[in-house]
Design a protein around this ligand. Structure first.
Ligand code: 5GP
Length: 193
């Protein structure tokens, strides 16, 4: 998605530890016009798939998934990162190792929001090692629902997540795939599509 790549080149900031900061337009301040285009692009790429629901993870996935869900005309559910007193009934749980915070935490979805046989699209802002998406897929599959696809805004293609999912046969659509990031020269190389 050219518009997204241009914006990453212009406003993305490289940080130590293979981190790309996009907090001026996606992760903190959000450029809603851009997120709308991202939502449309996910719809275009998954136009051939019946999507009953979108699943993401709090917090940075929520805004993107909410706008994307408007284009699919379906509900959006976000996995919560900790047990909350507001969650009642049966829970679907998975453990996720955070790439940015380097710790393992539980993610939870109330089982009444994912039904057997539903086709669910996973949406997230980044794919690095694939732990976040893996946890969401585990939750979907433990509810006997189907992972219809995985839509990622920015995939870091030099990390293993995308490759691992594609090898397992999941359909992964990433709107921008970063093949390399060089902190010293401040250059980002995108994969040609
Ligand atoms: P994974 O679970 O695939 O290793 O990492 C994906 C999660 O970590 C995403 O939900 C995202 O929030 C965060 N993440 C991974 N890499 C980056 C990055 O380079 N920049 C930012 N802003 N978040 C990242």
């Amino acid at each position: 998605m050219e518009l997204l790549k241009e914006r990453i080149r212009k406003d993305g900031v490289l940080k130590a530890g293979n981190v790309l900061k996009v907090d001026s337009f996606i992760n903190h301040q959000m450029d809603i016009a851009l997120i709308n285009e991202i939502g449309k692009e996910f719809k275009r790429r998954f136009a051939d798939v019946k999507i009953d629901k979108i699943l993401t993870i709090e917090s940075s996935g929520i805004g993107i998934a909410a706008i994307t869900a408007q284009y699919f005309d379906c509900p959006m559910v976000f996995a919560k990162k900790s047990q909350s007193i507001n969650l009642d009934g049966t829970m679907l749980c998975a453990k996720i190792e955070s790439f940015t915070h380097k710790r393992v935490y539980d993610v939870i979805v109330a089982s009444r929001f994912i039904s057997p046989g539903e086709n669910i699209l996973v949406i997230d802002d980044f794919m690095a090692n694939g732990c976040a998406a893996q946890g969401l897929c585990e939750i979907i599959e433990s509810a006997h629902a189907n992972v219809a696809g995985i839509g990622i805004v920015i995939e870091k293609g030099f990390q293993m997540g995308g490759k691992m999912f594609r090898e397992k046969g999941y359909r992964v659509e990433s709107l921008a795939i970063v093949d390399s990031m060089d902190l010293e020269t401040n250059t980002i190389t995108f994969r040609e599509e």
